[in-house]
Design a protein. Structure first.
Length: 177
């Protein structure tokens, strides 16, 4: 299989011109996804909800995404979200724990992500515990976030999407540790 490289601006699909100057033009994952303009166009509204309007909030979303990236074995997603988590104030120890044994509230979220990967569902008792802790809409957004980042992981790993240069440089200068 030929590897699909991220599209450069000269090859960017005209029908996605509005996305090139936004989130999609900044990241290799979306520059690879632009090989399928209809999919990227349909993807954008769900991405907007999950990234900016999720009932989980920014911090819990990062916990979900980092645990999902770890479970997927997706180095691209892991690296990008280590960077985002640090910007949110996560310590390196907290981030590293999400690939091992998280504590406190992170443990509940990680347990939910693990069940979605292992069992493809949340057990009733865990769903009730989550609903009590974060609310029913956040439980929906947690499930949707795991699905969304799983699809991204499949695409990233299938097409061996290269890590964006700024993230590679950031993690090279300040490795997780």
């Amino acid at each position: 299989m030929d590897r699909l490289l991220p599209l450069d601006d000269a090859d960017w699909p005209e029908e996605l011109a509005d996305l090139r100057s936004g989130f999609a033009g900044r990241l290799n994952v979306y520059r690879v996804m632009a090989h399928h303009p209809a999919l990227l166009g349909a993807w954008a509204p769900l991405r907007q909800h999950l990234v900016t309007r999720s009932a989980l909030g920014a911090e819990r979303s990062e916990v979900v995404i980092l645990r999902a990236a770890h479970r997927m074995g997706s180095p691209y997603e892991w690296a990008h979200h280590v960077s985002r988590a640090r910007k949110l104030g996560f310590s390196d120890a907290r981030i590293a724990a999400l690939a091992a044994t998280p504590e406190a509230g992170d443990a509940l979220i990680a347990r939910a992500v693990d069940h979605l990967f292992d069992d493809r569902r949340l057990p009733r008792a865990l769903e009730a515990e989550l609903r009590a802790a974060i609310g029913h809409e956040a439980v929906f957004d947690l499930i949707a976030t795991v699905g969304f980042y799983s699809i991204l992981g499949y695409l990233l790993m299938t097409y061996e999407t290269p890590l964006d240069a700024d993230i590679a440089a950031e993690l090279s200068a300040s490795p997780l540790g």
